[in-house]
Design a binder for this molecule. Structure first.
Ligand code: SF4
Length: 449
């Protein structure tokens, strides 16, 4: 199998952090092509770059103080913060993750992993954090092989990479006051001076937009959004360099979702955070993530810069996900692509090589279906499921042709910085849509809740 993600030598990010749209205010994507790569302004520390203000002096500009030259700025990190290559995770006969590759740059940076329930995205996250064993592939954090970490280095890694789970109820001890839950982390890692733990807890709660007086409450005395912010504050207590956000908003109401997303956005700027955002909701991605990877049945269906991928998908599955995003603006609404069957066929559907195609008319009917499926799939739901031959999406794909039923489409480059695993990616990228679904309906996306 070809590598899933290009080993691109750190391509210029077409959407630098500063250019991300504001999260809650303007969720719409630009209609035009993604912003081209910045004209790669050389780093100002390069000594060979003469200043343009000396046109009359043909000789190379001498340093202003040759006896005390300014020390060169430290080189920008060349290694990505996290590099996952050909990751495979199996649970018995089930391949939950099958050859996933992705990279997370140093912060501030956001990488989105999007897919339905059962697509394997949470398993990818757990493998990255060594919560489940990898059956193959490599995971490197700042160049270190995560699988080989032991002892002190493993503890350091566990501090540097933190996870915030979908449901804070499962990560907070119901019998422990939230202040004590945060203090426990600080004390365990020796991160607060004696007598200074309370102040540090208060500061972390404030950073998570919570009143420090809530430290004396128990989790059940807080709202869902407040509990999630406590979970984020707890993760931040160890100053992680990578945060894995596993469906951080899917258990919250719309208002709480907006506050959590705004908090993530603020923290990434203030702390220079890098994060892997796992979500089924494409609508929250544009304001938070520079790059997006779409996962289907444990494989990357498509990846690329978020703005380009959402403006012009190259994979029919991305089209279907986009069509399920609610759109407030009636003029921007897309006609919904109803996919037959489910991504996670049940054991009863297994005798057929195309189980999803025969699973009746259960439809991927919009955001409700996607939201409802969040967090309930995973490897257990796929137990006994077999990946269809050919393209794994072909039993549900409205654009499938004969070759799709027999040949696995390789993940290949379809545009600068973009990859897709689809025999018809070029056509989809050029505007091919399922019958009755228009040609350019994906140029906008619904609002961030
Ligand atoms: S390879 Fe064929 S079945 Fe798979 S997504 Fe592309 S068009 Fe659909």
């Amino acid at each position: 199998m070809p590598p899933s993600t290009p080993s691109e030598p750190a391509p210029p990010d077409p959407t630098p952090p500063d250019s991300l749209p504001p999260v809650p205010v303007s969720p719409q994507l630009p209609r035009s092509e993604p912003t081209p790569p910045a004209p790669t302004s050389p780093t100002p520390s390069a000594p060979t770059n003469p200043t343009p203000s000396a046109p009359t002096n043909p000789t190379p500009p001498a340093p202003t103080n040759p006896t005390n030259p300014k020390p060169p700025a430290p080189p920008a990190p060349t290694l990505p913060l996290l590099a996952v290559r050909d990751l495979r995770v199996s649970f018995g006969p089930v391949r939950a993750v099958d050859g996933v590759s992705l990279e997370v740059s140093h912060g501030p940076f956001g990488m989105a992993l999007v897919g339905e329930s059962g697509s394997g995205k949470t398993t990818v996250a757990r493998a990255i954090l060594r919560l489940v064993p990898a059956a193959g592939g490599t995971i490197r954090f700042e160049g270190q092989d995560v699988a080989g970490l032991r002892g002190r280095r493993l503890r350091e890694y566990r501090r540097a990479a933190q996870i915030v789970f979908q449901d804070a109820d499962n990560s907070l001890n119901p019998r422990m006051r939230v202040g004590a839950a945060i203090a426990e982390v600080l004390t365990a890692h020796g991160l607060a001076p004696r007598g200074g733990v309370g102040d540090r807890v208060a500061a972390l709660l404030s950073e998570a937009a919570l009143d420090p007086s809530l430290a004396s409450r128990y989790p059940h005395q807080l709202s869902g959004g407040q509990r999630q912010r406590v979970a984020i504050a707890r993760a931040l207590a160890v100053s992680p360099r990578l945060l894995v956000l596993d469906e951080p908003t899917s258990a919250l109401d719309v208002t709480a979702q907006a506050r959590i997303l705004a908090l993530i956005r603020r923290l990434r700027g203030e702390r220079g955070l890098a994060y892997l955002l796992i979500t089924h909701n494409l609508a929250i991605v544009p304001g938070l993530c520079e790059r997006t990877a779409v996962l289907y049945l444990g494989r990357i269906a498509e990846s690329g810069p978020t703005s380009a991928l959402l403006a012009k998908p190259a994979h029919p599955y991305t089209l279907a996900l986009l069509s399920a995003v609610p759109e407030v603006d009636a003029t921007a609404r897309r006609s919904r692509i109803i996919l037959p069957g489910e991504a996670v066929p049940g054991p009863a559907a297994h005798p057929s090589p195309h189980p999803a195609a025969t699973a009746g008319s259960a439809a991927l009917a919009g955001s409700a279906a996607l939201a409802g499926s969040a967090g309930r799939g995973g490897p257990a739901a796929r137990a006994g499921a077999a990946t269809p031959p050919g393209c794994p999406f072909h039993p549900r794909c409205p654009l499938a042709v004969d070759v799709c039923r027999t040949e696995v489409p390789p993940l290949r480059t379809v545009a600068p910085g973009r990859e897709a695993a689809c025999h018809r990616a070029g056509e989809v990228l050029s505007g091919l849509r399922p019958p009755g679904h228009g040609t350019a309906s994906s140029s906008r996306i619904g609002g961030v809740p």
